[in-house]
Ligand binder design. Structure first.
Ligand code: HEM
Length: 144
């Protein structure tokens, strides 16, 4: 369970995880699985009536947001740093400042992510660890 302890090495929210810190990317199945995760996330957002407000605050075409989420998750889980290569340091909290994110909005985001993880990550322990880590990051996005 080396990767488990590595993923949880620091409980502070980080959006610039060093790829050497985690091999979660390979463990869960690499690019196709991370792509499917991002795709499911946006499918869930359109499907779940409970996340209607979250869907409504999106400005860009969802396909573009999905691609950016995939690129970010790739690096964050220890794979290629696709987002960073294209857009520079993720600075995710700063990039989310123009959206009002309170607990309810965070929970809408996490609801979609929970379902997306359940649909795409095969191993239950991997699901739990990733959900825990991403919950910490999502909470860090709160600005209200
Ligand atoms: C906690 C609640 C969150 C809310 C309400 C939220 C909402 C949003 C919205 C509305 C956008 C802009 C999309 C658009 O304009 O169409 C966005 C962009 C983005 N979000 Fe989130 N987000 C949250 C958390 C997260 C988390 C935890 C991650 C990472 C796992 C993340 C990753 C991204 C990325 C990579 C982008 C693209 C940024 C860019 O424009 O370059 N978000 N988010």
């Amino acid at each position: 369970m080396n990767w488990f302890s590595k993923l949880f090495k620091r409980q502070i929210p980080r959006d610039d995880r060093d790829p050497k810190q985690s091999n979660a990317y390979e463990l869960v199945g690499g690019e196709p699985v991370i792509r499917a995760l991002a795709q499911q996330f946006y499918l869930q957002m359109q499907r779940q009536s409970a996340s209607a407000e979250l869907l409504a605050i999106h400005r860009a075409p969802l396909a573009q947001s999905e691609q950016k989420l995939f690129e970010f998750l790739s690096g964050w889980l220890g794979g290629p740093q696709l987002y960073q290569q294209k857009y520079g340091h993720p600075a995710l909290r700063a990039r989310h400042m123009s959206f009002a994110i309170d607990e309810a909005m965070r929970d809408q985001w996490l609801l979609c992510m929970k379902h997306a993880i359940e649909e795409t990550i095969a191993d239950a322990q991997h699901r739990d660890v990733i959900y825990q880590a991403i919950s910490t990051l999502a909470d860090h996005m709160r600005n209200r």
